[in-house]
Unconditional design. Structure first.
Length: 512
C-alpha cells in the first residue's frame, strides 16, 4: 500500500472491533453465558493467558482463551444455564485463528448436533448467521489452524438471539456497560519530531526494550499510554525493536511480515512510536532484529555472501529511517553469533561503512552474552553492546549475596577482556532481563519453569546494578522487555506491576 493513507481494520492487532447488538441486527439481544469448559489451555510460559474458560465471554478484549499449541480438534463450549434461542455468533479471533472450524449445539453437553461448518476462514472477525435454534450449550471445535505451530485463540465470542424468544436477556451494552469499543487506526507516515538531545558516551542509558509483533500496534493509544507509563518509571531510553523474518536458518533472504496481519511494524506505526517517545523527552535506540520462521535461534544463522547482500539492504533501510526520524542511536544487528567472527569481518565492516554514510549518530551491535569476545569489529563501533543473559548460579533459590557474586564474576571477565583487547569503548547492555520464574538466574535467556517467582527476578536485577554501578565502563542497560499491551503470562520478562518494577525505577532515579 506504499505511503497511501489508509484505514486498517484488523482484529489480530487487537485494535479495531466491535459490533453492538443494534449494529448486528435490530431485535437481537446478547445471550449471557453462565459457565464454560475447554479441552485444554495454552501452556507456553511467556505467552499463555490465564486459564479462564470464560475469557471469551467476559466482555473484555484484553483477555482470551487459547488451547495447547500445535493441535487440531481443540474445543470450547459455553453453557447458558438454560435453553436459549440463538441466531447469530460473532467470533473475534486472535492472530492464531481457526481456518476451519465447526459450531455445534446441545441440550445436555453429551449429544451434539452440528449447526455450521466453516472452511477457509481468514481470521479477524467472523460473523455467522445460524438457523434460529434453541439449545443450552454451544461448542466451537477448531479443525485446522492458521499456523501449524500455533493453537487456536479467541479474544471474544458474542452470541445473539431474538429478544422476544429470550425475554430475560439484554443488549450487550447493558450486560457489559464498561466495555470499550476500539477505534479504527489511521496510519500516517508522520513528520519527524526533533530529538530531545544526542546520546553522549558518558551518559547512563536508563533503558527499556519495547517491541510489538503487530503491524500497527505501535500507532495505538494503548501503546502511547504504555510509553507514558514507562516515562513515569524513570525510563529515559527506549530500545525500539522492528523485526524481519527469514524462512529457515539457511535462507538468504529476509522480509517483513506486513502489511495486513503481519508481525513487522509498518513504517507509519514506527514513525508514530518514535515521535511519541521523543515527545516524552526520551531517547531512542532503533534495534532491527532478524527472526527465523522455524523458531530456531538467530545466532545459528550461518550467513553467506548472498545473505550479507540482503542483510545490508535490510539494515540500511532502517539506518536511513533512523536518520530521518532523529533516532539517537542505531543497533546494526542482534545476536547473529555465527556471522560476527573473523570469517565475515570484511562484510560487517562494509555494512558499518555504508551505515555511517546515511546515519550520523552513534552505533552499536548487540552481541549475545557468549558471543561478545568473538565479535571482530568492535573498534568500528561507538559502544560495545551485550545482551547480558549471563547465568549467575547453579541454584534454584540463591541468596542475594550469591547473585552478587555471580554478577561480580561476569563483570570482572568483561573488564579483563576490555583491558586485554585494549577496547576503550563504553559498554551498554543492549538487553538484560529475567523472567519471573523460579530458577531463572541459572538460564536467564529463557523461562526455566512454570513456577512464578517475582522475588528471584527482582533479586537478579538488583544484584546486577549493585555490581555494575561501580564499573566505570558500564554505561547503562535496556531491560527486556515491555509490550504495548501487557497481557502476556505472569511468568514473562516484563516487570510491570511486579516486585522488580520499583527496584528498577529507584535505581534509574539514583544513577547518573
Amino acid at each position: 500500500m506504499g505511503h497511501i493513507l489508509f484505514l486498517i481494520f484488523i482484529f489480530c492487532a487487537a485494535l479495531n472491533f466491535n459490533l453492538s447488538a443494534e449494529e448486528v441486527q435490530t431485535g437481537l439481544v446478547y445471550l449471557k453465558v453462565e459457565s464454560a469448559a475447554v479441552s485444554s489451555f495454552d501452556d507456553t510460559p511467556d505467552w499463555a493467558p490465564p486459564e479462564d474458560p470464560m475469557a471469551p465471554v467476559d466482555g473484555n478484549f484484553d483477555t482470551r482463551w487459547s488451547p495447547l499449541n500445535g493441535r487440531d480438534n481443540e474445543w470450547i463450549y459455553f453453557d447458558f444455564g438454560r435453553p436459549k434461542t440463538i441466531s447469530k455468533i460473532i467470533i473475534h479471533w486472535e492472530r492464531a485463528y481457526a481456518v476451519d472450524y465447526e459450531i455445534l449445539l446441545s441440550d445436555d453437553a453429551t449429544t451434539w448436533k452440528s449447526e455450521a461448518l466453516l472452511k477457509d476462514q481468514d481470521g479477524g472477525i467472523d460473523e455467522i448467521d445460524l438457523p434460529q435454534t434453541t439449545a443450552r450449550y454451544v461448542k466451537i471445535i477448531g479443525l485446522k489452524r492458521s499456523n501449524p505451530d500455533w493453537g487456536f485463540s479467541m479474544w471474544e465470542l458474542e452470541m445473539y438471539g431474538p429478544k422476544e424468544l429470550n425475554p430475560d436477556d439484554k443488549p450487550i451494552e447493558e450486560v457489559f456497560p464498561e466495555r470499550k469499543l476500539k477505534e479504527a487506526i489511521k496510519l500516517v507516515l508522520e513528520e519527524p519530531l526533533p530529538s530531545p538531545g544526542k546520546i553522549t558516551k558518558s551518559e547512563f542509558h536508563k533503558g527499556m526494550s519495547y517491541s510489538s509483533y503487530h503491524e500497527n500496534e505501535l500507532a495505538t493509544k494503548e501503546s502511547d499510554a504504555i510509553l507514558e507509563y514507562l516515562k513515569a518509571k524513570n525510563i529515559k531510553h527506549i530500545s525500539l525493536l522492528v523485526n524481519w523474518f527469514q524462512d529457515t536458518l539457511e535462507s538468504d533472504k529476509m522480509y517483513p511480515e506486513s502489511p495486513q496481519g503481519g508481525r513487522t511494524p509498518v513504517d507509519e506505526a514506527l514513525s508514530h512510536a518514535i515521535n511519541k517517545i521523543h515527545s516524552l523527552g526520551m531517547k531512542v535506540m532503533l534495534k532491527p532484529h532478524i527472526d527465523v520462521q522455524t523458531g530456531e535461534f538467530r545466532g545459528d544463522i550461518p550467513g553467506s555472501e548472498e545473505w550479507f547482500k540482503n542483510y545490508n539492504e535490510f539494515i540500511l533501510r532502517y539506518a536511513k529511517f533512523a536518520s530521518k526520524y532523529n533516532v539517537e542511536m542505531f543497533c546494526i544487528g542482534t545476536e547473529l553469533s555465527n556471522t560476527t567472527y573473523s570469517r565475515w569481518e570484511k562484510e560487517w565492516r562494509q555494512i558499518i561503512k555504508d551505515i555511517r554514510k546515511v546515519y550520523k549518530g552513534p552505533i552499536t551491535y548487540a552481541a549475545n552474552w557468549d558471543e561478545y569476545k568473538d565479535v571482530s569489529f568492535w573498534n568500528e563501533l561507538d559502544f560495545v553492546g551485550i545482551d547480558a543473559y549471563f547465568p549467575l548460579t547453579s541454584k534454584n533459590n540463591p541468596s542475594k549475596d550469591e547473585l552478587i557474586n555471580g554478577w561480580t564474576k561476569w563483570a570482572n571477565e568483561i573488564e579483563n577482556w576490555l583491558k586485554e583487547k585494549n577496547i576503550k569503548k563504553p559498554v551498554i547492555f543492549t538487553e538484560i532481563g529475567y523472567a519471573s520464574a523460579d530458577g531463572v538466574n541459572k538460564r536467564p535467556w529463557e523461562i526455566p519453569s512454570k513456577i512464578e517467582d517475582q522475588t528471584e527476578q527482582a533479586d537478579c536485577l538488583d544484584a546486577a546494578l549493585t555490581v555494575l554501578r561501580k564499573r566505570g565502563w558500564f554505561k547503562g542497560m535496556y531491560w527486556w522487555n515491555t509490550f504495548p499491551r501487557e497481557i502476556e503470562s505472569p511468568l514473562s520478562f516484563t516487570i510491570k506491576d511486579k516486585e522488580a518494577e520499583p527496584i528498577l525505577a529507584n535505581w534509574y532515579k539514583r544513577l547518573k
